[in-house]
Write a protein that binds this ligand. Structure first.
Ligand code: DAH
Length: 342
């Protein structure tokens, strides 16, 4: 039996030399220490050995078992660190200064639709404005007719900063600055990223995009508002869309509306997307409140105007049939690459 043990030890050492990756080492472990492994079998064989030999052989086998266990553990460590070194070495070979060869990027669907809208509005004489993301209480609320204790503040869960400023909850936060910049008459759209302290799910995000628009001139009426909205939406969806207005409350407009479009999925017949009503809510809007005009330095006796706050993110979801809003901020290249040729 002693020879058997020694032979096994030799064989193990030879085989261990050959085990160059974790998989091979694992196979070796099973072959020697597994339920039917060679060392296990040796231990089982002890029952046929004479009583006086049992003790000595038992010690030999257990010693072998311990050696096999230790050598395997050592080998596993060795392989792991070699694999890690290889990883580090190959990372070093990654040269970020090399020119990109076959990588083909794509625009984000929100960028695509935003640019398309900017083009439509530019063709109708609107300027495109940019605005910051950190704003003051005045810009976001007070200047648009939402004073400190107004209940409308509850509709927008706000991220406040330690210095009293906030992440803008809507693009309406730029209205005042833009009126002050250009005065009347004015035609401007201003897209932007907005933030609200929302619990996220398939249709809610804490970060989303809107596009705000304002048109201020003499004798601007609700029919101008309807005309511009209908033209813009028909361009975006590349077909004639019907719109309807329902009353809606927003402190910065009077009267205020919810603008619905005829459901593009069912053509107005009624389906799950439009909750069987034939209409989908898309764009709140209204005639700019005199207080807002006055605060922006424009005389409400002389000028009137309309404003709208288009949910850009919502529009993109409708246009491309995106079911989960979180996909849009995920940075998932697989999702984005679908827009490569847009
Ligand atoms: N700022 C509003 C919001 O995010 C949307 C809005 C409604 C903007 C009506 C407007 C408007 O300009 O006229 O909830």
């Amino acid at each position: 039996m002693k020879e058997k043990i020694e032979a096994l030890q030799k064989r193990f050492e030879a085989e261990l030399q050959e085990a160059k990756n974790s998989e091979m080492v694992e196979k070796l472990r099973v072959a020697y220490l597994g339920k039917k492994g060679s060392v296990t079998e040796l231990l089982k064989g002890l029952k046929d050995v004479s009583a006086e030999q049992k003790k000595e052989m038992g010690q030999h086998i257990n010693l072998l078992k311990k050696q096999v266990e230790d050598s395997i553990a050592h080998q596993v460590e060795k392989i792991k660190s070699a694999e890690q070194e290889l990883l580090i070495a190959s990372a070093e070979q990654y040269d970020v200064t090399l020119p990109v060869q076959e990588a083909e990027g794509s625009y984000h669907p929100i960028t695509i639709v935003q640019r398309q809208l900017e083009e439509v509005f530019a063709s109708m004489g609107f300027t495109i404005e940019d605005y910051r993301e950190i704003v003051t209480d005045y810009q976001c609320f007070e200047a648009v007719n939402i004073p400190k204790d107004h209940p409308a503040r509850d509709m927008q869960d706000t991220f406040w900063l330690d210095n009293g400023q906030l992440l803008k909850t809507h693009t309406s936060a730029a209205q005042n600055a833009i009126m002050k910049k250009y005065g009347a008459p004015l035609r401007a759209v201003f897209p932007g990223r907005c933030f609200r302290n929302e619990a996220t799910d398939a249709s809610h995000e804490n970060t989303f995009f809107q596009m705000e628009g304002m048109m201020i001139d003499k004798n601007i009426s609700i029919s101008n508002l309807i005309y511009f909205m209908k033209t813009m939406l028909s361009e975006v969806f590349e077909r004639e869309v019907d719109v309807r207005l329902r009353p809606g409350f927003f402190p910065f407009v009077e009267p205020g509306f919810e603008l619905d479009i005829s459901c593009l999925i069912c053509g107005g017949e009624g389906c799950p997307t439009c909750k069987h009503s034939g209409w989908v809510e898309l764009c709140p809007c209204g005639m700019i409140h005199p207080n807002v005009l006055r605060e922006g330095g424009i005389d409400p006796e002389e000028y009137t105007g309309f404003a709208f706050g288009l949910g850009l993110t919502r529009l993109v979801m409708m246009k491309y049939g995106v079911k989960d809003i979180r996909d849009l901020n995920s940075g998932n290249l697989k999702a984005l690459s679908q827009f490569k040729h847009e």
